[in-house]
Design a protein around this ligand. Structure first.
Ligand code: WTA
Length: 674
């Protein structure tokens, strides 16, 4: 075979061979990193470090190339700090203890449970909670799982765990017992903190029963024992409203295992709430999120880098100024509530509203009523909420004074221009800045955002610019850089402090998921387009991760839940555009021979999804597949691209290249049954 030698110019451009040695590459990379590292270290020094990181060590040591060795990024390793101390004690010590930290707004607007906590009061509560966790046997490095609704106690427990060097793993209160059991077992936590329940809209939702079931499942299915379950009493005597099946039902407590939160706090020796200094690279939390394949991944973040990233992005993305009131509607069951409720605002000494309820209860004016009540300056919410509130009509906004708003943040999914315009012109009266923040559980903090201080001309639906210290790149299929205008896979080419460090118990999966395809780059899993101004537009996931109402769901986990229903042989799930939830689940279901696709089976599938995942996994359209089955390649791979096109109406008859199909006649059948 003839081998063409490269043109001379290319040979001249090639670096001298000595640079290919790993040591030299590292040295070159370190030199290139120097300005960014100096920048981040200058910010890191603004925090309290009980022991500074070694003066002669670089801010970050890293490798993003799995072919050159294990992937890692360590920031300020060897320095000892505590994120809870920086979020609370520092402010109190500086004389800001009387500043309001949290303004709690309950589900029922006027049930008497609204309260505000100053930084000094919050520190008191967190210290008592930390003592209770210590008394329950939790030590540095141990896991603590929470299964709670949004409220004051959830951030309190997270901060308390962080205070004593424990690793929290928050499980969203809407997940099922089975989902909680899997996460309990994976985290290895012996302590679970839950609540009796929560009022959500007009209903009382019991959580303790699901938590009990999860503990039993964790023991039966995974051999994992929860030793202590602490139960926050959410139903105060004053809260007699709600209704729902469990109202008034006593919460059974298992002797020797279950302890009421208040009793645990009262009994714990206060000394147990003291700060435990930890290494910057000690794990802070693990948060499970969906990937395209397999079980949910436990994304692990560490103390130092996450602290710096959360605090910095909060400050600049929202242009937070002392005295501003901030309100994020996210539940701390998701990453947004971690970074932009529990940590980012408190690290900045901010005042924020914590909301237990939903935007549409008692009516679609609830958020605007809260904005008016607390004179909120910065609002951070999701496009899906905006779309449903927009549908309810402008009158709900007009009924309240929203003139205090100056920054309007959005997160979780692409925001369509109509929702953006409504946010900007109706909610913000064309006087506030819309900040479309793009990021992920894995990135820990904002990655792209038109930060207000940049003074950009805003483009509806565009996350626009990289955040501080982020170096995004677009890659083509071959891993080449897409320069200038163009589209590609969105990746990040150098480390940033709040990046994930590993996936719980599976570092190889972390390398395989994010770094193997394009060695040297963190692959986000999203596509993006760069316009003529150099601004980045997200174009959607490039993998099979679904995004319903801003919540990530993996095709594999949804399909596994459907296939678990008796009578179902096979399932394939795709996302289709939806006017309110962004994306909706469209499921193709192949039945066992002799089984009929009817309402009873539909109900069983809905119940199966609720039981395995939770109510967020709701199938919008069920498509019973006929005898020819799903479109597959000869090697048995499902052609999801075709399923997506058929789900969206058949692509106007043009399904593109179908030559890889093992049996092309399946398409006719699918089109006829759709
Ligand atoms: C999507 C949520 C477009 C994206 C913070 C990402 C977005 C996934 C945006 C992460 C945005 C988040 N514009 N898409 N502003 N924000 N996404 O881990 O697909 O729950 O990869 O983190 O949500 O979801 P996660």
């Amino acid at each position: 075979m003839a081998f063409a030698s490269p043109p001379l110019s290319a040979a001249l451009r090639r670096p001298p061979s000595v640079l290919s040695s790993a040591a030299c590459r590292r040295r070159a990379a370190a030199a290139a990193d120097a300005p960014a590292n100096a920048f981040w270290s200058a910010i890191a020094r603004k925090f309290h470090w009980e022991t500074p990181w070694p003066a002669d060590a670089p801010a970050v040591a890293w490798n993003f190339d799995p072919t050159a060795g294990p992937v890692y990024a360590h920031w300020w390793k060897g320095g000892r700090t505590n994120i809870c101390y920086n979020a609370l004690d520092v402010h109190v010590a500086a004389g800001r203890g009387a500043d309001v930290a949290l303004l709690f707004e309950p589900n029922e607007p006027a049930d008497g449970r609204a309260r505000s906590l100053t930084y000094a009061e919050l520190l008191e509560e967190v210290t008592a909670a930390a003592a209770a966790l210590t008394a329950a046997g939790v030590r540095r490095g141990d896991g603590v799982v929470t299964y709670m609704p949004m409220g004051v106690e959830l951030p309190v427990v997270m901060l308390a765990a962080a205070r004593i060097g424990a690793v929290h793993s928050v499980v969203f209160g809407g997940f099922s017992a089975a989902a909680l059991a899997a996460r309990l077992a994976a985290s290895g936590a012996e302590v679970l903190v839950t609540t009796d329940g929560v009022g959500r809209g007009g209903k009382w939702v019991g959580l303790k029963a699901a938590a009990d079931e999860a503990i039993a499942l964790a023991a039966a299915d995974y051999g994992h024992t929860v030793v202590t379950q602490l139960v926050v009493r959410n139903r105060s005597a004053a809260d007699g409203r709600g209704g729902g099946a469990e109202e008034g039902a006593a919460v059974p407590m298992v002797a020797g295992r279950d302890v009421w939160w208040d009793d645990a706090l009262a009994a714990a020796p206060r000394a147990g709430g003291e700060v435990v200094w930890v290494d910057a690279e000690d794990p802070l939390f693990c948060l499970f999120t969906s990937g395209s394949t397999g079980a949910p991944k436990g994304v692990v973040h560490t103390v130092g880098g996450y602290m710096v990233g959360a605090a910095t992005t909060f400050k600049y993305s929202f242009n937070y100024m002392p005295g501003d009131v901030y309100f994020c509607t996210a539940d701390a069951g998701w990453i947004t509530g971690h970074t932009y409720v529990t940590y980012g605002p408190l690290l900045n000494g901010a005042t924020q509203v914590v909301f237990e309820g939903v935007p549409t209860y008692p009516d679609a004016g609830r958020l605007w009523e809260i904005v008016a009540k607390y004179r909120v300056n910065i609002l951070y919410t999701a496009p899906t909420a905006l779309r449903s509130l927009k549908r309810a009509g402008d009158a709900f906004v007009a009924a309240h004074d929203t003139s205090s708003l100056k920054v309007l943040g959005t997160v979780g999914e692409p925001i369509n221009p109509e929702a953006w315009d409504w946010y900007y012109s109706v909610v913000g009266a064309s006087a506030a800045t819309v900040v479309d923040s793009y990021w992920q559980t894995e990135t820990g903090a904002h990655v792209l955002a038109p930060i207000p201080v940049a003074g950009l001309d805003l483009k509806p639906g565009c996350a626009q610019l990289p955040h501080l210290g982020i170096v995004p790149v677009l890659l083509d299929d071959a891993g080449g850089l897409v320069e200038g205008e163009g589209e590609g896979y969105l990746a990040i080419s150098r480390p940033w402090p709040s990046a994930l460090r590993t996936l719980l118990g599976d570092h190889e999966r972390m390398e395989a998921t994010y770094f193997a395809r394009f060695p040297g780059f963190y692959l986000t899993g999203d596509g993006a387009r760069r316009d003529a101004d150099g601004h980045l537009w997200l174009t959607g996931r490039i993998d099979d991760v679904l995004n319903v109402s801003g919540h990530r769901l993996g095709t594999a986990e949804v399909e596994a839940a459907i296939v678990g229903v008796p009578g179902v042989a096979e399932a394939a799930v795709v996302g289709v555009p939806h006017p309110v939830t962004g994306e909706a689940l469209y499921a193709y279901v192949v039945l066992m021979p002799g089984v009929e696709g009817n309402d009873a089976l539909r109900a069983a599938i809905t119940a199966g999804l609720r039981a395995r995942i939770g109510p967020i996994a709701r199938v919008e359209t069920l498509h019973w597949v006929g005898g020819r089955g799903l479109p597959k390649t000869r090697s048995g791979k499902i052609l999801r691209r075709l399923l997506r096109l058929i789900a969206m109406g058949g692509g106007g008859g043009d399904l593109g290249d179908t030559s890889t199909l093992a049996d092309p006649s399946v398409l006719d059948e699918l089109l006829q049954t759709s």
